[in-house]
Design a protein. Structure first.
Length: 308
């Protein structure tokens, strides 16, 4: 099953819609919900996050017993500070910032632990020893389960993992990056994806598979661009993607499925990849659920992987 992205819950998606989608996700067998302490500061007049976590906390309080059926994933490091412009003013990853952030997240969520905790953005102002030590304290205390690194280059992830190993600390076991079936032109980044929010390249996938990590892939459906070509950014307009779309349509026709469903089936066929899907309607959720339930044949996977 995919991870349900809760970024817009409590801002773009109102409470009723969000609750309905969360209920429908769990009823369909979904278990993992991904949020962050900064979601979604850009959509709120206050300029601060916390609304997604607050909405999830209310949903949990109103659904007795639901906490035992789901897992929570949240992040630290990108919440805007009191002054200055983002991202320079973000909370960062100092030990005090991490301690304050997890306390705030747990309070808003109304829980005593989360199963997955991410450093949301790299913070080179803080030594890796300080970051790793603070995170390990949370794991030791039982406040968080696994650790992941979001929007960070592979060499920084490995540097942090080596630091953790040297101290006997809990290491990162997952990375979170933008990734989809279509690929941006080599050397270019899609709008909104840059050095702060990098794309999962072939090198990243090799790193993930070689080190037995997970890749949590956000924007897997490119904001609906697979079925709404007007949303497809220019950076995806190249012959390699023309070939990939042709194969995608062939396989979709063979399965009687949509492009979105085949993309999700292709992604989840890789045991190292977990797509994070954000939805705004029940139809979108149902389409995604059906997509991850599809089984692609070895021949279909080979054909989908073939175009460069």
């Amino acid at each position: 099953m995919f991870v349900l992205g809760a970024m817009n819950f409590g801002t773009k998606q109102d409470e009723k819609t969000s609750f309905d989608l969360l209920d429908r996700f769990v009823d369909a067998g979904g278990t993992m919900i991904d949020t962050a302490d900064c979601y979604a500061f850009w959509s709120d007049p206050s300029g601060h996050g916390g609304l997604s976590e607050t909405l999830l906390g209310k949903w949990l309080r109103l659904r007795p017993g639901i906490r035992e059926r789901i897992q929570l994933s949240t992040k630290v490091g990108a919440e805007p500070g009191p002054t200055g412009e983002w991202p320079a003013n973000r909370e960062g990853l100092s030990a005090p910032a991490i301690e304050a952030a997890i306390e705030g997240s747990l309070q808003r969520l109304g829980v005593d632990h989360v199963e997955m905790y991410w450093t949301h953005m790299d913070d080179r102002r803080v030594p890796l020893e300080e970051v790793g030590g603070a995170l390990n304290e949370l794991v030791t205390a039982g406040t968080v389960g696994r650790l992941g690194a979001s929007n960070q280059p592979a060499w920084r992830v490995e540097a942090a993992r080596r630091t953790a190993a040297a101290h006997g600390w809990t290491p990162y076991t997952a990375v979170q990056l933008s990734y989809s079936y279509l690929r941006p032109r080599p050397g270019e980044m899609p709008p909104g994806v840059n050095h702060e929010f990098p794309w999962a390249t072939d090198d990243v996938l090799d790193h993930v598979r070689s080190e037995n990590l997970e890749l949590w892939a956000y924007t897997p459906l490119l904001a609906g661009a697979y079925t709404r070509p007007e949303r497809l950014r220019e950076v995806y307009n190249h012959p390699g993607n023309t070939a990939r779309l042709a194969v995608l349509d062939e396989v979709a026709g063979e399965l009687g499925a949509t492009r979105h469903q085949v993309v999700l089936a292709w992604m989840t066929a890789d045991a190292h990849v977990r797509p994070i899907v954000g939805v705004s309607t029940a139809a979108q959720l149902d389409e995604a659920v059906a997509g991850v339930a599809l089984t692609l044949t070895p021949d279909q996977l080979t054909r989908l992987d073939a175009p460069s």
